[in-house]
Design a protein around this ligand. Structure first.
Ligand code: SF4
Ligand code: SF4
Length: 203
């Protein structure tokens, strides 16, 4: 008798749970308020406040400190810069390989000027080639000063800090020696000759 009761109970529980599941399914199927499938791209999902989308660099505010590139765990940030005339670094290249980026946000955390930020963008980066997944933020790179001027400046700074180099010291010593040698090679003045010549002139 106990076995039969258990058998009937099992049947009842199976029917009840199926009916319960179908009730929820039916509700999602017919009630428009319960729709969970976005009809993309007609319906576009709105990202939440702290969503980490594509990165953006506000280049005029970037000080080329490279902290973002150094902290990036997958090395997807590359940048180049040079020292400007006002002793501020000028950015000539700032690229982010968005195909490699894992949107961890570390680079935005360390950026001292907060010019590097995550946007809400997550669309429009589908591509047939990986090269197209690199974002270039410096579109018109400023002209670098001629390398010679740069070198001269660096040399002057180096001289000011360390003093003249070995080669220059040797040159200076050589010049001094030449001067001394030239003085020693000149014909000695004989006062007697001068007197004799003066006497002849007087005759
Ligand atoms: S979000 Fe992370 S992975 Fe992407 S560039 Fe920044 S540090 Fe690198
Ligand atoms: S950390 Fe910020 S300021 Fe420094 S190079 Fe990166 S984007 Fe520019």
């Amino acid at each position: 008798m106990m076995g039969f009761r258990k058998y009937v109970k099992n049947i009842w529980e199976a029917v009840y749970t199926i009916a319960l599941g179908m009730k929820i399914t039916a509700r999602y199927g017919v009630d428009p308020r319960e729709e969970i499938t976005e009809q993309y791209p007609e319906d576009v999902w709105e990202p939440f406040e702290r969503f980490r989308g594509f990165l953006h660099n506000d280049v005029p505010r970037c000080i080329s400190c490279s902290m973002c590139a150094r902290i990036c765990p997958v090395d997807c940030i590359e940048l180049d810069s040079f020292m400007g005339p006002d002793k501020k670094r000028v950015l000539t290249r700032f690229d982010i390989n968005i195909g490699r980026c894992m949107f961890c946000g570390l680079c935005t955390e360390v950026c001292p000027t907060k010019c590097l930020t995550h946007t809400e963008g997550y669309e429009g980066m589908s591509s047939f080639s990986r090269g197209e997944l690199t974002l270039h933020f410096v579109t018109e790179p400023p002209e670098m000063p001629p390398p010679k001027e740069e070198e001269e400046k660096e040399e002057k700074v180096k001289e000011a800090v360390e003093g003249p180099g070995d080669a220059e010291r040797e040159n200076e010593e050589e010049k001094k020696e030449e001067k001394v040698g030239a003085g020693a090679g000149a014909a000695p003045v004989n006062p007697k000759n001068d007197l004799a010549e003066n006497g002849r002139e007087g005759e």
